[in-house]
Ligand binder design. Structure first.
Ligand SMILES: N[C@H](CCC[C@H](N)C(=O)O)C(=O)O
Length: 262
């Protein structure tokens, strides 16, 4: 049986997308998803998503990490699946859809390549030494560093993700460097177990941690550069809680193909 798939990327975080409304793929297991995401033996992606229909929402997003396991929320994946839903004609310029961490509202540009995705409210930021730890739909560790361009993000990120505190459940590890007009961020992703070019829930966590660290309150807009491009985080912060959180950035359909051997 041939299964049609779409490849999308958002700031270089790349995904395989499958329209599962007609239930195309049966027997989805870890091995199959991991193979489809493999960059040598499969299509290649940081994650794989199914778009499903849902009685109360425009659609439902089901996200798997590249290792084949179900993931927690993926912000860039969420932006890409909104672009996919528009391409399929499931939505037009805005949507309410369901993901693993609950309902999400999003807006998409008329051209279909710029998505502003509302993320969950956050009111709990912990500290681990100098670093901040928070959950923006996925768990994140956020640490400020210097000379981030030269840093060995794989090794440093791997060591934190696999230390005694985080080894069991895993964590996504984000390193930040303050630049004059933006934050530069690099992320080691759980579930990919490698550095990716962008992480949406990660840059959301970064913007929140920095606002808290710098005692900023009010309506805050944070421009962020990642390896794969530019993202922006907007939210309100009253010193306790982050609300009206939006992850804004590009989402591009790269190619369409067929999986013909499963
Ligand atoms: N790339 C994603 C994060 C995926 C979450 C995953 N790595 C996990 O912790 O399950 C993002 O844009 O937010």
């Amino acid at each position: 049986m041939k299964i049609k798939f779409y490849k999308y990327q958002g700031a270089g975080n790349d995904f395989v997308l499958i329209d599962h409304r007609e239930s195309a793929l049966k027997n989805i297991d870890t091995k199959l998803v991991a193979k489809l995401c493999d960059r040598r033996f499969g299509i290649g992606a940081d994650g794989l998503m199914f778009l499903l229909s849902h009685p109360d929402y425009d659609f439902e997003m089901v996200y798997y990490n590249a290792d084949g396991n179900l993931g927690s929320m993926c912000g860039n994946g969420g932006r890409c699946i909104v672009a996919f839903a528009k391409h399929l004609g499931v939505i037009d310029s805005e949507t309410n859809f369901l993901a693993v961490d609950g309902a999400h509202y999003a807006k998409i540009s008329a051209e279909g390549n710029w998505v502003e995705l509302q993320m969950i409210d956050v009111d709990d930021i912990q500290q681990d030494g100098e670093a901040f730890v928070l959950n923006t739909g996925s768990p994140h560790y956020v640490k400020e560093v210097s000379s981030l361009e030269q840093m060995d993000v794989y090794t440093e990120g791997y060591n934190i993700r696999n230390n005694q505190t985080y080894q069991r459940d895993g964590i996504n590890v984000n390193f930040i460097e303050q630049k004059p007009n933006h934050l530069f961020v690099r992320t080691f992703e759980r579930g990919v177990e490698d550095e990716t070019y962008a992480c949406g829930t990660g840059v959301t966590a970064v913007a929140m941690a920095m606002a808290k660290k710098q005692n900023q309150v009010g309506k805050i807009e944070t421009p962020i550069k990642v390896l794969g491009g530019d993202l922006q985080i907007n939210f309100n912060y009253d010193g306790q809680k982050f609300t009206d959180v939006f992850l804004c950035g590009p989402a591009e359909r790269v190619f369409v193909g067929e999986i013909d051997q499963l």
